[in-house]
Design a protein around this ligand. Structure first.
Ligand code: SF4
Length: 190
C-alpha cells in the first residue's frame, strides 16, 4: 500500500516516502497501520516498556473483601497507608479495576461469583493472593467447602502470606507486582 492509496499525493512523493524508515521499519508500516501492525510495533520493545511503566504505576484494585483478610485490605485502601502514592487506588467496579485481590478464603459457593468478577475485569489484569487461606487453605486446610488452591482458578502473580497479613505486606505485594510488570515476568506476560 502506498501513501497515495490513503490520501491523494503526487506519485513522486509516494515513492520517496516508501524509502523512509522508522525503527528500521518502513514508515508506511508505522503511520498507516492496522491493529496487527500496532501489536507488532508494541512488541518491538521501547513502546511496550512505556506501556508497562504506565500500567505498573496505575494498579487499581477491586474492592471485594472476602475473609478476615478482607478487613486488612480495606485498611490498606484507607488514607493512613496512602497506597495512592504508588498509583494503587481502590475501585468499586470490576470494569475499572486492574488487580483482583483474593483476600482470604473462597468458599465453593462463592467461587462462581468471584470468577464472574474476574471475567468482567478488562485486560490487562493481575491477581494477588493474600492470606494463608488463599494460598493453601490455611486454617481451613482440607475443608470440604473451601477452595484449597486458588491458583487452579486464577493466574496468581504474587502471594502475600500471613493470617492475616498486615497492610504493609499488601504494599510489599503490590511493589513486587510492579517489579514483575516492569520486567515482564507477570503470569500473563503483558
Ligand atoms: S488467612 Fe487467616 S485472616 Fe485471612 S481469611 Fe484466612 S483465616 Fe482469615
Amino acid at each position: 500500500m502506498g501513501i497515495s492509496d490513503v490520501i491523494p499525493v503526487p506519485v513522486a512523493i509516494d515513492e520517496e516516502i516508501e524509502k523512509w524508515t522508522i525503527w528500521g521499519r518502513p514508515v508506511m508500516d508505522v503511520w498507516f497501520t492496522t491493529t496487527e501492525k500496532i501489536h507488532q510495533i508494541i512488541q518491538m520493545g521501547p513502546i511496550k516498556n512505556v506501556l508497562n511503566w504506565g500500567r505498573k504505576n496505575s494498579l487499581w484494585f477491586l474492592m471485594q473483601p472476602m475473609g478476615c483478610c478482607g478487613v486488612e485490605m480495606l485498611v490498606f485502601g484507607c488514607p493512613h497507608y496512602d497506597c495512592d502514592r504508588f498509583g494503587i487506588i481502590p475501585r468499586a467496579t470490576p470494569r475499572q479495576a486492574d488487580v483482583m485481590i483474593i483476600s482470604g478464603y473462597i468458599t465453593r459457593k462463592y467461587l462462581p461469583a468471584i470468577k464472574n468478577l474476574w471475567e468482567q475485569m478488562l485486560e490487562p489484569k493481575w491477581c494477588i493472593a493474600v492470606g494463608e487461606c488463599a494460598i493453601s487453605g490455611g486454617p481451613f486446610y482440607d475443608s470440604y467447602n473451601i477452595i484449597q488452591n486458588t491458583s487452579d482458578f486464577f493466574p496468581i502473580d504474587v502471594y502475600v502470606p500471613g493470617c492475616p497479613p498486615r497492610p504493609e505486606q499488601f504494599i510489599k505485594g503490590f511493589v513486587e507486582l510492579q517489579e514483575k510488570i516492569k520486567q515482564r515476568k507477570d503470569k500473563r506476560g503483558y
